[in-house]
Design a protein around this ligand. Structure first.
Ligand code: ATP
Ligand code: ZN
Length: 292
């Protein structure tokens, strides 16, 4: 009986059993301080230190499981969420599994825009997304659904073009194809069931709080530098910091140590300006968690 109550208050999370999203999904949990006993050949595993139970599934099945409430939440590619069109809520972007869904044509083909696919045949594993896109663009083409090795379709005369996931483009290149048009940018997202009971929502909020802290930390660096006191004002003005920079006197007279946090996007610009302003001994340190 008590076991049942216990199980009910656990958050059920679906992740990919094996494939491109598996390792990053497990790593994110670990970075959130959630350890799962190794369940690689199992259907599910319990976390040892957080009320969460992890289900290992094929990525294509995750939206359905979350819609049905068999799982409360899932980590899955946006591409799969948009293709399956299940009733789930996209709650957060996870920052991994980045790829794009693109149209590709044979390398020698002149591609002048999506209109050039009018009346032609497109092979894809994403018939729903492709159909939506063509409709939006007013293009009428024949969609041929295939589940794997889509990139060989033009070479064997099965289709004039393909629409497939691309990250580096090397698979396309090896098959004599070129990327013609990006139709969707995708990354892994956290999806949740539409009506979570309050106890589960509370657990999800705790998990989201940790995910935010991990993501923020990845986007920021801790920076320490030495500054001559007569340049301190100028240097501090360059640093955003979480509130304001920390300034500590150095043992050497006339110098201070300045500590702050920099966002990755503005990082190199600011470092260059700091150097120009007279900063020395600049150290940049990764941040593990960041709670603001
Ligand atoms: P499963 O056995 O779970 O069905 P799969 O073969 O469908 O696995 P993977 O190839 O492991 O799927 O890809 C899973 C997800 O990883 C994709 O849906 C996509 O969101 C993401 N992804 C990131 N980069 C790429 C890429 N270069 N090619 C394909 N998928 C990618
Ligand atoms: Zn799949």
């Amino acid at each position: 009986m008590s076991n049942q109550v216990n199980n009910k208050s656990k958050l059920k999370l679906a992740i990919q059993k094996s494939g491109r999203l598996h390792d990053d999904s497990v790593r994110l949990l670990k970075e959130c301080g959630i350890d799962i006993s190794n369940g690689i050949n199992k259907l599910k595993a319990d976390a040892t230190n957080f009320p969460i139970e992890v289900f290992f599934l094929r990525d294509d099945d995750i939206p359905q499981y979350v819609e049905d409430g068999v799982a409360d939440i899932g980590f899955v590619g946006e591409n799969v969420v948009f293709e399956k069109k299940k009733k789930v809520v996209i709650t957060d972007k996870l920052g991994f599994g980045k790829c794009r869904l693109s149209m590709a044509v044979q390398r020698n083909e002149q591609y002048t825009g999506i209109q050039s696919l009018q009346g032609r045949k497109i092979a894809t594993s994403y018939p729903v997304i492709v159909a939506d896109y063509l409709k939006e663009k007013g293009v009428d083409a024949e969609i041929h659904e295939i589940s794997g090795s889509v990139e060989i379709a033009p070479g064997i005369g099965l289709a004039d073009a393909i629409c497939d996931l691309v990250s580096s483009g090397s698979t396309l290149f090896m098959n004599g194809l070129k990327e013609a048009e990006v139709i969707l940018q995708s990354q892994a997202v956290l999806i949740r069931n539409e009506s979570l009971e309050p106890a589960k929502q509370q657990l999800l909020d705790r998990l989201l709080f940790r995910i935010q802290a991990v993501k923020k930390a990845k986007n920021n660096k801790y920076i320490l530098l030495n500054a001559p006191n007569n340049k301190l004002k100028e240097i501090i003005a360059l640093l955003p910091g979480m509130k304001s920079p920390t300034v500590l006197p150095l043992a050497e007279e006339g110098w201070s140590s300045v500590h702050s946090v920099l966002n990755e996007n503005e990082f190199w610009d600011i470092i260059e300006q700091l150097k120009a302003a007279g900063a020395q001994g600049i150290l940049v340190v990764p941040i593990e968690k960041m709670i603001v």
